[in-house]
Design a protein around this ligand. Structure first.
Ligand SMILES: [Zn+2]
Length: 262
C-alpha cells in the first residue's frame, strides 16, 4: 500500500516537473511577449519593433498603417511615432540644432515611383543599396523618418552624421524611441549604406534597451527577441533520466581500478 502511494506521489511529482512551467510563474523571464518581468516590460508594443527589410517584406506588400498623423510640415507617421519625432525635433532645437523632416511615411505607390526613379538614374545595383523596393521600405510602415539640417546642408548624405546636429541625434534618438537604423559599416547586416539621417521608431523601451545591450542593428535586436521568446517557451527545470551507460562502459569496476588485489 505504502509503496503504491509513494509511487503515485512520485509519478505526480514527475509529471508536474515535466510540464512546461508557465512563463508568468517562472520568475523574471527574458521574453519579448510582454510578460511582467524587468526587461520584457520595456517591450510595450511588439508591433512597433517589426523588422522590415529586403528579406522581411511587408504583408501585404501594399500595407498601409491604420492611422497616420502629421509629424511636421505635412510629413506623416504613425501617431505615436509622429508625436515622438515632434518631441525629438523640439529637444534638438532647444539644444541649438535646427532640423527638418526630409521624408516620413511613403505609400507603396510612392516607394515604387521613387525606386523606379533611382533605378533609371543609377542602375539597379546602386538603387538597391540606397533605396528599398516597394513593400520592403520602413517608410511604408509609418515608423521611419529621414531628417536633416534645416539649412539643407548634407541632406541625405553621410556627412550629416559628422555635423553637431547629426551627432546630437545619434546620442539622443533612443530617449525619444528612435534608432539610427542603418549604422556605418553594417551594410552586410542591414542591406543599406550608412544613413545617419534615417530614424526608425521602436518606442523608448526597445530603443533604449537596444542601445544598452549594444545591439547596433534591428536585425540583431529582433534576433535577440526571438531567442528570448523561444527560451521562454521552452520548459524549464525538467527532470531527465540519467543517460544509459554507453556500451563500452564496464558494468562493474574491475578490481584493479578499486585498488583491490586481482
Ligand atoms: Zn529613410
Amino acid at each position: 500500500m505504502y509503496r503504491t502511494r509513494a509511487a503515485l506521489a512520485l509519478a505526480a511529482l514527475l509529471a508536474a516537473a515535466l510540464l512546461p512551467v508557465p512563463a508568468a510563474v517562472a520568475g523574471p523571464v527574458d521574453d519579448a511577449a510582454g510578460t511582467p518581468a524587468q526587461e520584457s516590460s520595456l517591450v510595450a508594443d511588439p508591433s512597433l519593433v517589426v523588422l522590415v527589410n529586403a528579406l522581411h517584406p511587408l504583408e501585404p506588400l501594399d500595407y498601409e498603417p491604420a492611422r497616420l498623423a502629421d509629424a511636421g510640415s505635412g510629413h506623416r507617421m504613425v501617431p505615436e511615432a509622429a508625436a515622438s519625432l515632434r518631441r525629438l525635433l523640439a529637444a534638438a532645437a532647444g539644444a541649438g540644432h535646427a532640423l527638418r523632416i526630409e521624408s516620413a511615411y511613403r505609400s507603396y505607390a510612392q516607394q515604387e515611383a521613387l525606386y523606379a526613379g533611382y533605378t533609371r538614374r543609377y542602375g539597379a545595383a546602386y538603387a538597391a543599396q540606397i533605396s528599398a523596393r516597394p513593400g520592403t521600405s520602413e517608410h511604408q510602415t509609418g515608423l521611419a523618418a529621414d531628417i536633416g539640417l534645416a539649412s539643407g546642408e548634407c541632406s541625405l548624405l553621410a556627412c550629416f552624421g559628422d555635423t553637431a546636429a547629426g551627432q546630437w541625434v545619434a546620442a539622443h534618438a533612443a530617449e525619444y524611441g528612435f534608432v539610427v537604423r542603418y549604422p556605418e559599416g553594417l551594410e552586410q547586416v542591414t542591406g543599406f549604406r550608412y544613413e545617419p539621417w534615417h530614424l526608425r521608431f521602436l518606442g523608448a523601451g526597445p530603443a533604449q534597451e537596444m542601445a544598452a545591450l549594444g545591439d547596433e542593428t534591428l536585425e540583431a535586436y529582433t534576433e535577440r527577441l526571438e531567442r528570448r521568446a523561444a527560451a521562454a517557451a521552452r520548459p524549464r527545470h525538467v527532470l531527465r533520466p540519467a543517460p544509459e551507460h554507453p556500451p563500452w562502459y564496464p558494468a562493474t569496476f574491475p578490481r584493479w581500478a578499486l585498488g583491490l588485489p586481482a
